[in-house]
Design a protein around this ligand. Sequence first.
Ligand code: PLP
Length: 378
Amino acid sequence: MTSPASSPTGDPYLLTPGPLTTSPTVKQAMLHDYGSRDQTFININANILDRLVVMVDGEDSHVSVPLQGSGTFVVEAMIGNFIPAGGRALILVNGAYGHRIAKICDYYRRDYVIQESAEDIPVDTEALDQTLDSDSTITHVVMVYCETTSGILNPIERISEVVSRHGRGLLIDAMSAFGALPLSSRNIEFDAVVASSNKCLEGAPGMGFCIARRSAIENTKGNSPSLSLDLYDQWQAMNNNKQWRFTPPTHVLLAFNQAMNEFDEEGGVVGRGGRYRKNCDYLVSGMRELGFKTLLPDELQAPVIITFHMPANAEFDFDAFYEGLKEQGYVIYPGKLTVADSFRMGCIGRLDQTHMQGALDAVKSILNQFGITRVQSV
Ligand SMILES: *Cc1c(COP(=O)(O)O)cnc(C)c1O
């Protein structure tokens, strides 16, 4: 066998929902030790926060607050801060991340109802409209922009239109979409949106952030049941002295700053999302040529991660498929669906069509080893 494909730093390519393959320059940016009160570090931190607000066209109206931890930490922080103890959430669920939000509400004893659709069906905005019509006690609607469980795109503009028409607050988990799919406060009215450093912005994992409407976060004082996840307190502290309350992930911020430079160089959301869309289309058409079938029709597919049905061929062994791909330098992701047996391949991170082609070649060679000439899909 030829030597496995590898990134410039010798690592396998990550065709996953994150952490992702990052550029050498993003990794290099971490080779510095800054104290949390170092002025250079403070300036970099402030610059990151300003740019996040600009990304949603919120310079005059929105603020951003960073938080240590993986993406779930900041989702939890958003729930705990923006839904007050007497509030009631309507959670729009069509996958595992929506269910996780409900679980957070259980932990925090926040009252909620769920509107659920299957993992391959987008959020039903007519049902949402009816629920908000009939239940005036719902204070907030919580949605997942791209539900990474399947890779499905939820209709964020229509959801936002319905929620604001009813005068409720919209909270958005945009973890796997932010940076690759449009999200402007000019056409999407939201109280808060959360995402993390290590998905479509291609930084290192270790921090999340919340971008909030100033008037919404101003009302969250005292809501958080958690000290370390108190976004209001973090915001206030940072307003006062530009510093994080507790040890900042300095290296992650340095990497994130470089990642945002590279995001700008690529042309922002249009450039980044465009590359991912090309990756997605290339991978999907190549896999379809081999007989694989996608869970989602193209119009519902976000250019982030693609779910494929598990082949029905008796010779197909997923564990061997996964290991074989990994040996050739491509790490894929198992499925997490309840509606179908599946696996996933991501198309985000520092990857382009040559990597998609490399992954397709690797898939072909493993199918060959299995003796499969064409995949049978259900
Ligand atoms: C990745 C992701 C999260 C957060 O996951 P972590 O593993 O905690 O980083 C939350 N929501 C969605 C939609 C995601 O894709």
